[in-house]
Every structure is written in C-alpha cells, then in structure tokens.
Design a protein around this ligand. Structure first.
Ligand code: MN
Length: 372
C-alpha cells in the first residue's frame, strides 16, 4: 500500500515582504505544487494523496485560487485527494469549506469530521480536523478507540507535537507517541513546514514548496509504503519544490578575502530559482567592505531574491584605510568623525549602521576618484 503525504501548501500566501514579481512567482509555485504532487503520485504509483492541513493560507482565500486548486486536483481523475483543514484553514472557515464541498471534483474527499474514511477495502483514514485556529486540545485522542477491522490505520492531523513545538507558536498538544498508543500504521502530520520524523510511524511532510529561511530539509512530499498491517512504514522524501530558500550566515575576518568567501558559499546552479538571505557578521576593513558590497550588487540579479543583512558586520579599525580616503583636510575630518560614530559605545545599533554605510560609501567614492 502506498500513498503520498503532503501538507502546508499555504495557497495564496501573500509574501508581503517581497516585491510584486517575487510575490506572484512564489504564489504561482504553490499552486503548481499541486500539479507536481499529482504527477509524483502517479509516477510513484501512489493510491491517494493525504493533505494534512493548511492547503490554504487564509480562511477566505481569493475565490480564483480555490477554483484553480480544485481544478488542478480534478485533473488527476485516477487519484484520490484527502483534504484536512489546518490551523490557517480550520473548520472555523465555514464559508470556505462549504464552498469547497459544493464545488469539489469527485476525486477530492474532505476530512471535516473525526470519523473514519474508508478507501477501498484495505485503508482507514482517521482524521483530526482542527475546529479552530488554535484548538488547545489533542484532537487525535479519539483514534485510540476507533475500530477499523482488517485495514491499515492512517491518522491524519495538523498541529504541534508535545515537546517539539509548532511552526507558528500555537499550543502544541499532540501526543508524540499517538501512532504507537493508537495502533496507527502511520500518522500523517501537518503544521511544521520542514520534513521531520517524530517516530518511525509519525512524520511531518513539510511544505511541498518552501516558504521561509528557517533552513528546513529540501521541500517535497513523503512517499509512504507499508508492506503489511503492523509493518514499519518505509518513508521516502519526494522532491517537489521549485524554489530554494538559502539562509547563509558568514563570519568575515579582516585580512581575508570576503569576495572569495561569499562566492564559495553561494550555490552555482539554478540561481534564478534561489532566494538568498545573507547574514554577515565579524569585522572587515573598509576596502574589504567595499569589495563585498560591489560583489553583492553585481551578483544580486543572478538570484530570484538576494538580501544582505549587515548590522552584525563591524568595521576593522585601520588608519591606513582612512588615509585612502584623505590624509588631511575636511574630507579626512569627515572620515574621522564617521569612523568614531561606528563605535557602538553610547550609540544605537541603527546609528552605528548608518555611520558604517556612510563611511563605506565615502570610501567607495574616494576610491573611484582619488583626491590629489
Ligand atoms: Mn502551516
């Protein structure tokens, strides 16, 4: 018996911090993940696809997105999709689930009540749909007493596991050994956006398309194969995601080549599908800061998104560098006072940041037009 386990598509997620083109591309990739999931399920001969909540990012997503999602799932007439509400699209989204129930194609099954859903004569799905965004109680409790006869018992739930936590700080209440104490063959979870095994029978599928810089495992779905009742499932990650969200933390040291260090840390392939957030720390001299800044500017357009956070990157004190701006006169006096303002003592991090930007900028200009 095999099926595909996914969750947390977050269709129509706004991605408000990005520019409009990036927002649109990321939203489109989430819809496209449905098609990629369907294709993967077919290729791997999965009997059905479990979507463990947060299919939609909001309780009232744009009507067109709901239509597209249902149409995409409907295209795979040979596959069953089982949709569970999550915390973003909990049962409190009454209008949304009524509309889906009305408009859905026949191959989409809704898991809106904690009742057994039978698939064929060999599978029993035990759903625990969240009633509200943050139910605060373990809705998987009923699974222990559910009688399923001679069928595979597959739990389907959304939320945080006790002792592990939740994606967005909601109360984590699901019993970590729920699968074992309720004799489930497998518990398909949603909420955590990275793939994660809690027990050999309990997995978070993660989002099929990545959506943050937390450094999760590569985005995809899980192919779950179970040989016979009671067997430990064989769980295989199936890559689905198109965009690679790459958090980079680089510590720089004065006297080393920051450009070389950056180039070595950046991915060489598929840069147009990569989002980079570089957190720079350590200390660099003014010339090195200037070189790093130039390289970042040149390279940024290679990537889908490229952001550098520099507020932890200090300036290495080097009088020689200030000499390169000017050895005397008003320009040197400006450089000296800006340099003094890069000392955190008695200043806010924001003021220091402004002084650093001004000083590196002044250095940059002076390098381009050396004063006589
Ligand atoms: Mn989620």
């Amino acid at each position: 018996m095999r099926f595909l386990h996914t969750a947390d598509l977050h269709l129509a997620k706004p991605f408000g911090r990005f520019d409009a083109d990036t927002q649109a591309a990321l939203r489109m990739a989430r819809l496209d993940a449905l098609r990629r999931l369907g294709n993967a399920a077919r290729a791997d001969k999965a009997e059905f696809i479990l979507v463990a909540g947060d299919t939609f990012d909001a309780e009232a997503p744009p009507s067109k997105v709901v239509r597209r999602a249902l149409d995409l799932m409907g295209e795979f007439t040979d596959l069953l999709w089982v949709l569970l509400p999550g915390n973003h699209d909990s049962l409190a989204a009454v209008d949304l689930w009524e509309r889906i129930d009305r408009d859905k194609p026949d191959n989409v099954i809704l898991a809106l009540t904690p009742d057994i859903i039978e698939i064929g004569d060999h599978v029993a799905i035990l759903p625990a749909p969240p009633t509200v965004r943050n139910p605060g109680v373990d809705l998987t409790e009923w699974m222990a007493d559910a009688r399923t006869g001679h069928r595979f018992r597959i739990g389907l739930a959304h939320g945080g596991i006790l002792d592990f936590g939740s994606e967005e700080g909601t109360v984590a209440v699901i019993q970590p050994d729920r699968a074992e104490i309720s004799k489930l063959d497998y518990l398909a979870l949603g909420d955590w956006h990275g793939q994660k095994s809690i027990t050999p029978r309990t997995w978070y599928a993660g989002s099929p398309e990545a959506d943050n810089f937390k450094g999760h495992a590569p985005a995809g779905a899980l192919l779950v194969e179970i040989g016979a009742l009671g067997d430990i499932p064989q769980v295989t990650p199936v890559p689905i995601g198109q965009f690679d969200w790459r958090p980079l933390a680089l510590e720089f040291f004065a006297g080393t080549d920051p450009v070389q260090q950056l180039i070595e840390a950046l991915p060489a392939a598929d840069r147009d599908k990569t989002l980079v957030r570089l957190e720079a720390s350590g200390r660099l001299g003014l010339l090195e800061q200037s070189q790093l800044r130039d390289t970042c500017t040149q390279i940024a357009d290679d990537f889908h998104f490229f952001e550098v956070i520099r507020d932890q990157l200090g300036i290495e004190q080097a009088v020689d560098d200030l000499d390169l701006i000017a050895t005397g006169g008003a320009l040197r006096a400006t450089a000296d006072s800006l340099f003094a303002a890069t000392d955190l003592q008695g200043r806010t991090a924001e003021d220091v940041q402004i002084a650093q930007i001004a000083l590196t900028h002044l250095f940059h200009i002076a390098q381009q037009e050396p004063s006589q």
